[in-house]
Design a protein around this ligand. Structure first.
Ligand SMILES: NC(=O)c1ccc[n+]([C@@H]2O[C@H](COP(=O)([O-])OP(=O)(O)OC[C@H]3O[C@@H](n4cnc5c(N)ncnc54)[C@H](OP(=O)(O)O)[C@@H]3O)[C@@H](O)[C@H]2O)c1
Length: 292
């Protein structure tokens, strides 16, 4: 049995315990997955000590701790270091190592959708941890230009400065760029707030649309639920739902925490099974709601 969990706040409605419960029946490994509500970055050190004492083999990190946890760890994967955000941490012989499995999820989901970023112009909405992971994946895969559209100019500028240094051959800008064929929503817009018309901007038919946001999943008697969010709805192109990313980053985390290695070709099959479990009559939810 692998003990693992999640820190951050608010996490009461996180889907992660359900996912790891499903993993226990699919991955030849059993997980006990707990939630450790942690509101402030200032209180993190005692939380990390408690996690070690409880024998967790790893844990996921969510808002507002993804950046704050990094300096407190013993090591970072090159990806987490470059992105500046950690969403999965392993605990081995008392040492903590941080990873960014959101980037893994974006890379895999883009590949699965048939999107090769090389030579493309891309638009990313948002400037937080999810946006950084997406920008890193797109730039590393050879995008020609990346437009980062955010609410806070200071945060956007900081992101552009870091990535311009890391990828000098990619054009980074805070302005809108013509010719974009990859669009990423790395904000909660459309999930917890209405989607502003600007985020409905799109490219020619065949463009790619990736949404980090995923809807609160409510099972209805008609089972008419769909992971398609306002950002993805009605697009003439390939769409990648946030639920796919959520499942992929969690599967990769499970592997890091000690589950047997998952061959890349198995991720898609697992995602289909897990999605069916979440939506289907045998889903882990007993009371009819699957809030995120
Ligand atoms: N599907 C998945 O697996 C997955 C993984 C990671 C994240 N997510 C989701 O992706 C979203 C972003 O996550 P994150 O970790 O990057 O969060 P974050 O670090 O807080 O960044 C959120 C970004 O969205 C912007 N934003 C928030 N509310 C806005 C509003 N009302 N209008 C305009 N911009 C707004 C923020 O702008 P400011 O900079 O001005 O605050 C910031 O740039 C969240 O909804 C999260 O739940 C999903």
């Amino acid at each position: 049995m692998i003990k693992a969990g999640l820190i951050g706040s608010p996490i009461r409605r996180s889907l992660s315990p359900r996912l790891f419960c499903i993993f226990s029946s699919l991955l030849d490994e059993t997980f006990s997955y707990s939630l450790l509500e942690t509101r402030k970055p200032e209180g993190l050190e005692p939380v990390l000590a408690r996690i070690k004492a409880m024998g967790w083999r790893g844990f996921n990190v969510t808002l507002p701790l993804k950046e704050a946890v990094a300096p407190l760890l013993d090591a970072l994967s090159p990806e987490a270091r470059a992105i500046g955000a950690v969403n999965a941490v392993t605990v081995k012989r008392g040492r903590l190592k941080g990873y960014n499995t959101d980037a893994f999820a974006v890379r895999l989901a883009l590949r699965e959708a048939g999107c090769r970023p090389r030579g493309r112009v891309c638009t990313v909405w948002g400037a937080g941890g999810a946006a950084r992971a997406a920008v890193w994946v797109l730039a590393r895969a050879g995008a020609t230009a990346v437009s980062v559209r955010g609410r806070s100019p200071v945060r956007v500028k900081a992101l552009l400065r870091v990535f311009s240094r890391l990828f000098p051959s990619v054009r980074f800008t805070a302005a809108a760029l013509p010719g974009s064929t990859v669009f990423v929503n790395a904000t909660p817009l459309g999930m917890y707030a209405p989607l502003p018309p600007a985020l409905r901007a799109g490219g020619p038919p065949g463009s790619f649309y990736l949404d980090f946001a995923y809807p609160p999943l409510k099972r209805t008697s008609k089972r008419s639920i769909s992971p398609i969010t306002p950002f993805l709805e009605g697009r003439r192109g390939k769409t990648i739902p946030g639920l796919d990313l959520l499942i992929y980053q969690a599967l990769k985390s499970a592997e890091l925490f000690g589950a047997p290695d998952i061959p890349t070709s198995r991720f898609l099959k697992l995602k289909i099974k897990i999605t069916a479990e979440l939506y289907g009559p045998k889903g882990p939810d007993a009371n009819g709601s699957l809030d995120s």
